[in-house]
Design a protein around this ligand. Sequence first.
Ligand SMILES: *Cc1c(COP(=O)(O)O)cnc(C)c1O
Length: 454
Amino acid sequence: MEMHAVSPETEALVDEVLRYARERMLFTAVPLDRPMPVAELERLAGASVRREGLGARRALGVFEHVLAPACLSTDHPGYLSFIPSAPTKAALAFDLVVSASAIYGGSWMEGAGAVYAENEVLRWLADEFGLPRTAGGVFVQGGTIGNLSALVTARDEARRRAHAQGRPSPERWAVVCSAEAHSSIASAAAVMDVDVVAARVDDQGRLTGDAVAEALAGREASVFAIVATAGTTNFGIVDDIATIAEVADAAGIWLHVDGAYGLAAMLAPSTRHLFAGVERADSLIVDPHKWLFAPFDACALLYRRPATALAAHTQKAEYLDTLTESADWNPSDLGIQLTRRARGLPLWFSLAVHGTDHYRLAIEDAVTKARLLAAEIDRRPGLSLVREPDLSVVVFRRDGWSQSDYESWSDALLDQQKAFVVPSSCAGEPVLRIAIISPLTTIELLWEILDSLS
Ligand SMILES: *Cc1c(COP(=O)(O)O)cnc(C)c1O
């Protein structure tokens, strides 16, 4: 066989990029960094895309010295806003392998080995959540696409069922969720041109079966899905999934559980009980890039009956019969995507390396730190909790502070490169919100942040 020679330039380019990636992955102190105004970036980075290439060294230099420092490191232990990320080194390193391997993850024919490994992870998750052996799914880009894919499947199923029962489809389809549901539900509804019925929450901020029943009254025939949130992004509130499942079941309506952030906490012993009822979901999502220590971007989307998703999403309808009957598993047919990266592989590798017990411990660790932080806030004069944390999000206030006080404090914290904590709001009141994911976020750092508030 004739060897295909690689030029010295190509070899040097690969070495340079791997050198940078290696250094970044092995940093013991990740720089937090900060965003930069566009004028500043124009001045520092200039234009890199020109008729003549810059060459590997200069192009990488622009990234390393200008562009990368203008991006927040979401894996910094002091990145505590939104939902932080904390990929394991195993998952990060393996992401490079996924890139290097040019795997097409859309079909069994092209990516059998990768799809097999991804399915092993999905199987593990499905078992943890109590779904039947016949459940299955796909890793899609993120929770937003996961929710949209699941809701499209739910509506397709509702249409099919109405048709089979000789009922006309309603003029407008609707989805029921709580007012605390993630914005991606409203976004999916807008894409699908369906209505959102916001059900009331109880005094704990949770959606319950009673509230869903109220919201359904008189419109059962037009509601194609009920969405329960397993850990709201703002507070980490877990809806009362068991009673919601009762109502969904009785009405014959699809139950989707949005657990993009929180459902990972079902793996932790002390929070597992909060998720009772998840096993009755028709579909659910959890984002490995949030609390399962995988790099961006991946959402695990699971269906109780994957055939419903095949029916809704398979792009080449003429193949539908063979696909649904064959043992081959084509991930592209289960969500909104065709070409796909085998984005579940970094999580697969990390799970295979470390074992699932470590994941439980790491998730429990964040829950414990959130509880300790809440207790400390309670103890300190001048600070008060807005709500006891259920998962790993702590929301609190500094008595007497206005929005601008919070903002200047937050700016100073970032200026010192200590932490990234942006003000949030709760019922119109400015508050602070700390979300803990990384095992590297120390109690000392959390206490220092509280100290800086006095
Ligand atoms: C983050 C989040 C989403 C959206 O997920 P992306 O991966 O950002 O698209 C949806 N629902 C909930 C509850 C979330 O926390």
